[in-house]
Design a protein around this ligand. Structure first.
Ligand code: HEC
Length: 162
């Protein structure tokens, strides 16, 4: 019968050392994490794909959000009405700003002069639209839309391959 307390003590000791291993293991894995390399960004889309997939559709959302549109049915004043409509304009403006970041990545950077300046101008105007959407400023969207369009034209005049 004297064997039983020993058995009990041995199993308690094994249990405690087991916990020790678990804690040590958890510490080791926590320390290992920061040493892992963050995945490198790898540009995939061409500039034309960024234009067609991101820039053009989101610019159209901003251009069509506010204005006086004339058709056979007559003259129609358009302006965002609901929170959802304003949020959608903000989303498109944010996508335009981010597309500028993509134009400044890796091999998409054509030169270190006008390409950067023109992309930054495009991003600044898109930021204006983003702020106007946040402030629900109808005139601000109209002005930003026209200013953004100027930056598209300026860059295309210099860099678009025909
Ligand atoms: C910083 C320069 C730059 C800005 C700003 C810019 N673009 Fe472009 N865009 C280009 C270049 C370069 C091409 C030609 C890409 C190619 O053919 O490889 C292009 C091509 C395009 C195309 C044609 C894509 C195709 O299939 O050939 C469209 C549409 C377009 N841009 C829309 C826009 C609109 C709308 C804006 C503004 C809201 C804009 N771009 C702003 C540089 C710019």
């Amino acid at each position: 019968m004297r064997a039983l307390p020993w058995l009990f003590l041995v199993s308690v000791a094994l249990f405690i050392s087991g916990i020790g291993f678990v804690i040590a293991g958890a510490r080791a894995s926590r320390q290992a994490a920061p040493a892992e390399e963050a995945p490198a960004t790898a540009p995939v889309a061409s500039v034309a794909q960024i234009m067609n997939g991101i820039v053009q559709p989101n610019a159209l959302v901003i251009y069509n959000a506010v204005g006086t549109f004339v058709s056979a049915a007559g003259v129609k004043e358009v302006a965002p009405q609901t929170d959802e409509e304003w949020a959608a304009i903000g989303t498109s403006a944010a996508a335009l700003v981010e597309s500028g970041n993509l134009l400044l990545l890796g091999s998409r950077v054509v030169d270190s002069g006008d390409w950067i300046t023109m992309t930054r101008a495009f991003m600044d105007r898109s930021q204006m639209a983003l702020r106007a959407a946040g402030a629900k400023d109808t005139d601000g969207i109209l002005a930003a839309g026209s200013d953004i369009n100027d930056t598209c034209d300026a860059c295309h005049a210099k860099y678009q391959r025909q």
